[in-house]
Design a binder for this molecule. Structure first.
Ligand code: PPS
Length: 317
């Protein structure tokens, strides 16, 4: 059976009752934002801070760390398939947000929090976080876990995040594009400043096992980046496995795959009639959104914030 067809049949067996309960529960909930050490985060994450901060990593955990909208889901699927040595059927065992717990997240019941899901998982685990480096649970470093960090140029991140905040009912409405531009530039978007995030993780790679990758590089040469990630994880993959991973993680394949496109979530969570989660998957969409004046403000801020940092982003011009 084709993996995507297998996904569809597996989904039919997924718990529709849970999804209905979730949709009902969401009707009664209003989401609020809080702050942790000055970083805007969902209030539920702040309320569960002690549990999240004390999360116990394991030595063989692999963490996918990103600023939101940098290509997290893409990296999740690639890394899962590397660990599975290209077994696309096994990669369809569950939606990406179940098989790779998002440890920052505390959704409303009956969904389990990222920490709850992770604690129940067998090793080796793949885990996701959007935390800036200073908010990461200390056990990550005590256990010397491997981290794959994905960075994406801020302009495309901003556009992607704007659409995501429009459709994700668990995050604040972004307002107009102009309003959102100011929110993002002032570091007030959920999970904070893009600049602090990419620089913080960049500097940390000298002390920890961090593979720093770029969305634009994945777009440029997916096969090369799969090989890089596999090498980092110590996986020697066959050519056949690499080819399968490449095909299964193409934009179109992931857009069509119910395990990666988030269509299993009810409209009350992600309203994909507003915009699909797998939206465009391109480099440079910012050019369709940035006004000349916004571009000037961004470029000046970028120059100032990145001064003296040996980290360069492409596709910003
Ligand atoms: S999240 O919500 O933070 O986890 O979102 P994240 O997965 O980091 O980012 C979503 C954006 O990544 C794009 N994407 C891809 N692009 C190219 N190829 C593949 N396979 C792929 N998978 C996900 C997705 O389309 C979002 O970007 P935009 O620009 O909005 O299309």
């Amino acid at each position: 059976m084709l993996p995507i067809a297998a996904c569809a049949s597996l989904l039919k067996r997924m718990d529709p009752v849970m999804m209905e309960l979730l949709a009902k529960a969401l009707e009664k909930v209003t989401f609020t934002m809080g702050e942790m050490e000055g970083v805007p985060l969902p209030q539920d994450t702040c309320d569960a801070w002690e549990t999240i901060h004390n999360f116990q990593a394991r030595e063989d955990d692999i963490i996918i760390a990103t600023y939101p909208k940098a290509g997290t889901t893409w990296a999740q699927e690639i890394l899962d398939l590397i660990m599975l040595e290209g077994d696309t059927l096994k990669a369809c065992r569950a939606p990406c947000f179940i098989k790779i717990p998002f440890i920052d997240l505390v959704p409303i019941k009956p969904m389990k929090s990222g920490v709850e899901l992770a604690n129940k998982m067998e090793s080796p685990r793949l885990l996701k976080t959007h935390f800036p480096i200073q908010l990461v649970p200390p056990s990550f470093w005590e256990k010397n876990v491997k981290v794959v960090y994905v960075a994406r140029n801020a302009k495309d991140c901003m556009v992607s995040y704007y659409y995501f905040q429009k459709m994700n009912k668990g995050l604040p409405d972004p307002g107009t594009w102009d309003e959102y531009f100011s929110t993002f530039m002032s570091g007030k978007a959920p999970w904070g400043s893009w600049f602090d995030h990419v620089i913080g993780w960049w500097n940390a790679r000298e002390k920890h096992q961090i593979l720093y990758t770029f969305y634009e590089d994945l777009i440029e040469d997916l096969e090369r980046e799969i090989r890089r990630m596999a090498k980092f994880l110590g996986k020697d993959l066959s050519e056949e496995a690499i080819e399968k991973i490449k095909q299964h993680t193409s934009f179109q394949a992931m857009k069509d795959n119910p395990m990666t496109n988030f269509t299993v979530l009810p409209k009350a969570v992600f309203d994909q009639s507003v915009t699909p989660f797998m939206r465009k998957g391109k480099v440079g969409d910012w050019k369709n959104h940035f006004l000349v004046s916004q571009n000037e403000v961004f470029d000046a801020t970028y120059k100032k914030r990145m001064e003296g940092v040996d980290l360069t982003f492409r596709d910003l011009l």
